[in-house]
Design a protein around this ligand. Structure first.
Ligand code: HEM
Ligand SMILES: [Ca+2]
Length: 242
């Protein structure tokens, strides 16, 4: 059975082996105490703070799923990488997130990369295979940097940075998006949509305000629909069901 990593929605996910290494160290010290779900959220918390972001106090006590690995579940539950603002707001509303919280949590795109494959639909028109109008926000930069048209093959490792300071957790993501250089479709659309634009502008000019909004949105999203108490299990190995 193919795991969730078989879903195209998870294309590009990196460093899963680091989670396995941390888990085996934790198991050695305190067997059967800390779930993989908590290790993943703590790893995300550390990645944020180590790159200059806020120290988010995350509630712990999540348990791991006993459902068999399923790429179909990932296909059904995760939003497509080329979702627009409208779809994004609907996805986050299902987790009780306000528009402000939705804009704040996408500030996570202040870090990391997007593979060219994830933005192919922004680069090429599906009907003609020709480049879309360069008037589309961000096109110039994307084409000029990592993803020159014509050189892209499926599963190519070429990528672009999500913002100009992709190793630093700052508010550059918003400023970059306002300049029309948002990498993913949702990044490019947020500064233009009247529902999200005011928050993009505020976060672009108020780093600490962004940090506060991001922190509370991160706690909310990472606590939504989690297994706790005697639901689920604590896995011994993160990518195997016990
Ligand atoms: C509607 C919601 C979202 C969509 C559609 C989305 C989409 C994407 C896509 C397509 C990529 C590129 C993957 C690749 O090509 O390797 C990406 C990367 C990334 N996303 Fe999101 N994302 C969403 C929400 C979030 C949230 C909530 C966070 C964290 C708070 C986040 C943090 C990141 C980070 C850090 C990367 C870079 C990963 C790396 O460097 O390997 N994203 N996202
Ligand atoms: Ca950044």
């Amino acid at each position: 059975m193919q795991s969730e990593m078989g879903s195209s929605k998870n294309f590009g996910v990196r460093q899963r082996e680091s989670i396995g290494i941390i888990k085996s160290m934790v198991e050695e010290a305190c067997p059967q105490q800390v779930s993989c779900a908590d290790i993943i959220i703590l790893a995300a918390r550390e990645a944020i703070v180590i790159s200059g972001g806020p120290l988010v106090i995350v509630p712990l006590g999540r348990r791991d799923s006993i459902s068999p690995p399923s790429y179909k579940l990932a296909d059904a539950m995760l939003p497509p990488g080329n979702i627009g603002v409208d779809g994004m707001l609907q996805v986050f509303a299902k987790h009780g997130m306000t528009i402000e919280e939705s804009v704040a949590i996408l500030g996570g795109h202040t870090l990391g990369i997007s593979h060219c494959e994830s933005i192919l639909s922004r680069l090429q028109s599906p009907e003609t295979g020709k480049p879309k109008s360069a008037a589309e926000p961000g096109m110039d930069l994307i084409i000029r940097s990592g993803c020159p048209l014509g050189s892209l093959t499926p599963n190519s490792t070429s990528f672009v940075f999500n913002d100009p300071t992709a190793l630093i957790f700052d508010n550059q993501y918003y400023d970059n998006a306002m300049r029309g250089r948002g990498v993913l479709r949702v990044d490019a659309e947020m500064p233009l949509d009247p529902r999200t634009a005011p928050f993009v502008q505020r976060f672009a000019s108020d780093r600490d305000g962004f940090f506060r909004a991001f922190s509370s949105a991160f706690v909310k999203l990472s606590s939504s629909r989690v297994l706790t108490g005697n639901q689920g299990v604590i896995r011994e190995v993160c990518n195997e069901i016990s």
